[in-house]
Structures are given as structure tokens and as C-alpha cells.
Write a protein that binds this ligand. Structure first.
Ligand SMILES: N[C@@H](CCC(=O)NCCCC(=O)O)C(=O)O
Length: 253
């Protein structure tokens, strides 16, 4: 009798993920990298292989990372991008910055985009995508966006804060469907001037840009919210990670 060969599970593409960095913590004087578990878990659930990428200012090391991944996820964090990265000086409301992290993530993202490798930016990672593509940021929504609602929720971030309208004909609508979606919100900055050929794929009711993408690239998507925290509360959120994994698998064929 012929043994029935079960189909092989699809290959897991390597997805690089950028961690946060602390010089010291309350429980340790030693520097550490930190990465909320929800980020790699979302990639695993979507069929990818998450690889955490420690920082390096060596261009050859960044290239070596890019040689070994098929997709890149740039995560968020409680810090702001230095305004000189988008040709501005600091204004009132600008928060703390992490220049070494921003420098590393910028080099990595530029290299990935140059290779037309799939890139997903989450929250601060979306803001970096816009900056890397030549755009700018509002340095503080409360001070610079008249009529804006609060985008820094105080309740459980697995729960939504506000709706966004997902635009048809975008990668985001391919991942999530078009129309209204409830999202969480933990940011005080937002996209101001769009980067070169960057399109808006979702907006909040107050007009704040909630997702962007670059049609110049096979998959370069940024979302201002944290879908990795809402996989249980709004399971549709997983579509973003599935699309990243699918595009990454196609990239390394
Ligand atoms: N400069 C950005 C940062 C947005 C962001 O990544 N927030 C995440 C908060 C902490 C976390 O969940 O890791 C802004 O505040 O607009």
C-alpha cells in the first residue's frame, strides 16, 4: 500500500524583528534587549519564523541580517524619532528619543526596501517607514493637530480605543477587508507629510493617519496601532501578519 505522504507544512520564512533596548532596568544594572512576546507570537501564529535582531552600527552586519531574513517587522516603543531625521528641529511636546535604536532600524529598513523585501512597521515602526520614505511627523498630536481625539488610551491595550476606516484597493484592505475596524491606540505623534508616493490606507475619525503603505514596493505597510495585542479581542487583526508572512514567503522563493 502506498504510504500517503502528508503535504509538507509551508516553509516558515525568516522574519526579522527589532527589539527595544534599555541601558539598565530597575532589576538590573546591565543593558538588555526587550521584546514584548506578542510580536514574535503573532509572527509564529501567522506561519513565520521570528528572528530578533540585536542592534549593530556595522553596515556589513546589517547586510548580513538582510541576507538571512525574508521579511522585516519594525516594532514600536515608548520613544520618538529624532526630528532631524525628517529635517526638523525639536518642538514642544517631543518625547524621549533612542538614537541608537532609530539609527539601526533606519539602516535595516532602508536596506530591506532597497531589496524590495516585505516590511511591516508597527506604531513607531510605521512612523519610521514614513520618515525613511521622505515624510514627516507631527511631533505631538495634542499640540499640533487641532480637533484631534486622544490617541493614548489609558485602558487595557488589548481592547480598542477608536475606529479606523480602511481604504479599498490597499494591502491593508487585502489583509483586513475594507471599511471600519476598531483598533487600540498608544501614540502621541502621527504622520504629517506623507513620504514619496506613500498612500494612506486607513484614517481615524479625527483625520489622523492610522496606516500607510508604499505602492513602490512589493509590501511596505505601516499601522499606527498594535494589532499584535488584539489577536484575541479582534481576531481579524491577524490578517496583517498572515499577509506579511505570505509576502515574505514569496520574496524568498
Ligand atoms: N513616537 C511614537 C511611539 C509610538 C509607539 O510605538 N508606541 C508604543 C508604546 C509602547 C509600546 O507599546 O511598546 C508615538 O508616541 O507617537
Amino acid at each position: 500500500m502506498m504510504h500517503k505522504t502528508h503535504g509538507q507544512a509551508p516553509r516558515r520564512p525568516n522574519i526579522g524583528i527589532t527589539p527595544d533596548f534599555s541601558a539598565s532596568r530597575p532589576d538590573s544594572v546591565f543593558p538588555s534587549y526587550e521584546l514584548r512576546a506578542a510580536y514574535p507570537e503573532a509572527v509564529l501564529r501567522a506561519g513565520g519564523l521570528p528572528l530578533v535582531l540585536p542592534y549593530s552600527d556595522d553596515a556589513a552586519c546589517v547586510e548580513s541580517y538582510l541576507d538571512r531574513i525574508s521579511g522585516l517587522m519594525v516594532t514600536g516603543g515608548a520613544f520618538d524619532i529624532p526630528p532631524d531625521a525628517y529635517g526638523e528641529t525639536a518642538r514642544e511636546g517631543l518625547g524621549p528619543m533612542k538614537p541608537p535604536r532609530t539609527a539601526f532600524e533606519t539602516a535595516l529598513m532602508r536596506g530591506a526596501l532597497k531589496r524590495n523585501m516585505p516590511v511591516l512597521g508597527i506604531c513607531g515602526g510605521m512612523q519610521l517607514l514614513n520618515v525613511v520614505l521622505g515624510g514627516t511627523l507631527f511631533q505631538d498630536i495634542g499640540l499640533e493637530v487641532p480637533g484631534a481625539n486622544s490617541h493614548q488610551q489609558t485602558h487595557d491595550r488589548t481592547q480598542p480605543q477608536h475606529p479606523v476606516e480602511v481604504r479599498d484597493g490597499t494591502h491593508l484592505s487585502e489583509a483586513l477587508g475594507r471599511g471600519q475596524l476598531m483598533v487600540n491606540s498608544t501614540h502621541h505623534q502621527a504622520v504629517s507629510k506623507l513620504g514619496e508616493q506613500v498612500v494612506v490606507s486607513a484614517t481615524a475619525p479625527d483625520g489622523v493617519v492610522e496606516a500607510i503603505e508604499s505602492p513602490q514596493h512589493v509590501f511596505a505597510l505601516g499601522v499606527q496601532w498594535h494589532p499584535e495585542l488584539m489577536l484575541q479581542t479582534i481576531p481579524l487583526s491577524a490578517g496583517i501578519f498572515r499577509l506579511l508572512v505570505q509576502k515574505s514567503r514569496e520574496h524568498r522563493r
